[in-house]
Ligand binder design. Sequence first.
Ligand SMILES: C[S@@+](CC[C@H](N)C(=O)[O-])C[C@H]1O[C@@H](n2cnc3c(N)ncnc32)[C@H](O)[C@@H]1O
Length: 368
Amino acid sequence: MSRQLCLIVPLAHGELARQALIGLDVFDNTFAPQQIGGDLALPIRERVNCNGFEFPSSIGTVELKPSPPSINPHDRLRNAILPMVDAANELTQSIPKKWERLDDLILFPKDAFQGQAWKQVIDKQKDFFVHVAKALNAQRVGRQQPIADDQMRTARVELLHGDDGWVEVKDNGLVYGFDATKVMYSSGNVTERHRMASLHAEGEVVIDAYAGIGYYTMPLLVHGKVEHVHACEINPNSIKALEWSAKRNGVNSNLTIHEGDNRFTLERLEGHADRILLGYLPSSEATWRPAIGALKPVGGTLHIHMNVEEERIDSWSKETIETCLNFARQIGRKWYVVHHRIEKVKWYAPRIRHVVLDVSFSSINSAS
Ligand SMILES: C[S@@+](CC[C@H](N)C(=O)[O-])C[C@H]1O[C@@H](n2cnc3c(N)ncnc32)[C@H](O)[C@@H]1O
């Protein structure tokens, strides 16, 4: 209990008064309002002018209990931050409203807590991010930077509180371990991950040409029950994650990791695969030719990811199939298309979709 500044109003006007104080941004929700006879004492952070209200009111100090912790994380974050900033400060409007949770790490968007005014608050309150983490039941806090525009799509995360970025994330009965400050986790690709988990690919040999941390490799091995996955990956941090996740999910004996540029590692896998995943944006075109060579001579399936303008999806898919058949002809494979379909994963930008073209080829000889 502690004595707090309050606006005291008749009980019947309590809700009206509370809304008015919230509107003035002076209602102090870290304390619980208190009934005193026929009146209600509403905690306020600073004096208000009672003449402006359309209900009887007075200001006084009253012994109040702290409010029980809110179950709403947005309220909890706000309640933790408000005592650290001046209540009238415009910063109260820019308390982040969204974030991503990876294990016990909270990742705020790149514009969160940025600018001179926030810097002053954070410099003054050394354990600012400890309070933020605690409010969101987390141990670590980070801020996202744009994904690096490099070949490895390196994640750029600034750790604001915590010692390291290693996280262990559960999805669809699987566990993925990775350093969130060094590699990227596409939480938006969940539908495609689950689609890969439900493919009828039992007993197949699969190549994941851009394996990353194993978003598709793990579901295929565990749920898809494929016989073996050859995972091509160039980023040593993603390889560390892949190795960890394969062990953790009990499939390391069914996985071979090929470190390096997939244009070369795919060549070494010539004629090996029943199915190849080409999961790279904006385009995986650089690997179409070696991928055709890495399918078994009898044919197989490609899953070709691409960012395509909505109105070009049909023509792009026809052109891509034609290009792949040409590559096949060039290496002496007489193939035809058994089946093809387009999966629309998500909007990448206005009018541009991330699509996956599934295309299955079979050799004319094997059909006869
Ligand atoms: C954006 S991630 C994609 C992961 C996953 N397939 C997905 O779509 O969510 C792309 C991965 O491909 C890897 N990569 C990019 N170019 C590569 C190359 N030429 N050879 C091997 N790996 C490559 C990057 O390091 C990164 O881990």
